[in-house]
Write a protein that binds this ligand. Structure first.
Ligand code: MG
Length: 468
């Protein structure tokens, strides 16, 4: 499919900027990259927005067709107990990119255009870590870690950026009808004055949301081809299926009840194009592709929200549906095909794992919460989760902990204990019959939260910068 407007590279071409030399000053140039190329794997992280645990064929959807994700799982590994580190966008993204729980890096809330904070450029993102190893790095999609210039991807480790800086339902235009059914039926994205950005510049406003999935994909495919001879890291955080939903004409269906299904199916088609591009560029066998979502489905949006069943609840929640995500990883020849991993792990583990695979040092002089999960990904016999416990923060509040199969949740003086292996839907609170477990897990929560707060780092503050 061709794109109906600018992609990042079209825009640069119009400006007369070549795209073969996009490495930023300060990062290793393409010559060094080429020298490192043959030995280092490439990494692609595809991160969808508000997609539910069940909203992939191989995770149990009966209506949404995802042949490409299903094939990715058949050729790679499906993770059933994989967690985002927050149940909303910005904190979840901060965790993915820094390998830390969100309060560790000061991003505890969803960022709005009125906010003047962002991911602190002093943090080491995956892009910083890999860029230091000569990787070409690109962020293509929704950023949502601060829209002020100093927090944009190109100031947080990425060589290039093409996408929107915050959620697609922000920047609402006063007086315009934001009814989601109307927007879908009329393909009208104008009530949201969201900018489309290329590096630090706005190139279209409002962004044509019907073209976002397609343009991101075009840009991703071009990036893969351009960097076939050097190691690369492509971070592809799709804007969708966060509301309002829009798709390209080829995927459009009038029935609003099928809007969510159509959106996921276009994302799946996009993933298929990325996988084909890897083959065509000759880098399929040296590229690890990770697919997951930033948080659970927005259930309050009814037919525009997804489904996390059999998990309880969705976005905004520390029940499983808010933070346990569908996850698939594929790397032919390195990750065994058709396997399922049910060990506890999550997005915070990607930074340490990718660092190890790239031969990079971990960021110095700071606490990183994530751990290397390569033994799980490689399917090593008997490999176990490296985490004694996983912690569920909501904002700055620690609400729950999981250790092995047990999950303790303490919110508003209510204590809940669930055996997640026997009760994945968190229906049977067994706190009353396991006082020792409640005590042990409460202790783990208290100690961890104390330690985190004693070793937390601040978000970046932009004081007088011009807003995007
Ligand atoms: Mg989200």
């Amino acid at each position: 499919m061709s794109t109906g407007g600018y992609t990042r590279r079209c825009f640069l071409k119009a400006l007369g900027v070549g795209t073969a030399s996009l490495a930023m000053p300060g990062c290793m140039g393409s010559n060094q990259g080429s020298a490192l190329g043959p030995d280092k794997p490439n990494f692609i992280i595809i991160f969808t927005d508000d997609q539910g645990y069940q909203d992939v064929g191989c995770f149990g959807s009966s209506s949404i067709k995802t042949p490409n994700l299903d094939r990715m799982a058949a050729e790679g590994m499906k993770f059933t107990d994989f967690y985002a580190a927050a149940s909303v966008c910005s904190p979840s993204r901060a965790a993915l990119l820094t390998g830390c729980y969100p309060p560790r890096v000061g991003i505890t809330k969803v960022l709005f255009p009125r906010d003047n904070i962002g991911l602190n450029p002093e943090e080491a993102t995956i892009a910083d870590v890999l860029g230091g190893q000569g990787y070409a790095t690109a962020c293509v999609g929704k950023w949502h870690l601060g829209h002020l210039p100093s927090f944009l991807p190109t100031n947080n480790g990425f060589d290039s950026y093409f996408g929107i800086p915050y959620s697609n339902d922000m920047d609402g235009v006063e007086g315009k009808n934001k009814n989601l059914d109307r927007a879908w039926r009329q393909k009208d994205y104008s009530p949201w004055n969201v900018p489309l950005m290329c590096d630090g510049q706005v190139i279209e406003r409002p962004a044509d949301q019907t073209k976002l999935i397609e343009r991101y994909t075009d840009d991703a495919v071009t990036f893969i081809h351009e960097n076939r001879d050097r190691p690369f890291f492509l971070y592809l955080p799709h804007t969708m299926p966060h509301i309002p939903l829009f798709v390209s004409d080829g995927f459009y269906v009038e029935d609003v009840q099928k809007a969510y299904k159509a959106t996921i199916e276009q994302i799946d088609f996009s993933i298929g194009r990325v996988l084909v591009a890897l083959k065509e560029a000759g880098v399929d066998r040296k590229t690890l592709v990770v697919f997951t979502s930033d948080n659970g489905p927005w259930l309050g949006k009814k037919h525009y929200g997804g489904c996390a069943l059999p998990l309880r609840d969705g976005k905004f929640s520390t029940y499983e549906g808010g933070m346990r995500e569908p996850c698939i990883m594929r790397w032919p020849g390195r990750i065994p095909a058709g396997k399922v991993c049910s060990e506890l792990c999550g997005t915070i583990d990607l930074l340490p794992t990718l660092a190890r695979l790239a031969g990079a040092e971990m960021p110095a002089a700071r606490v990183i919460d994530g751990l290397d999960i390569w033994p799980l990904m490689a399917g090593e016999p008997g490999a176990k989760s490296p985490h004694e416990a996983f912690f569920y923060y909501r904002g700055a509040s620690l609400e729950a902990v999981r250790s092995g199969k047990w999950k303790l949740r303490r919110v508003k003086k209510k204590t809940e204990l669930y055996n997640l292996k026997a009760d994945i839907s968190e229906k049977n609170n067994v706190a009353g019959t396991h006082p020792d477990l409640v005590k042990r897990l409460t202790g783990l929560m208290q100690k961890f939260d104390r330690d985190l707060k004693a070793n937390a780092r601040p978000a970046g503050k932009g004081l007088k910068e011009k807003k995007t």
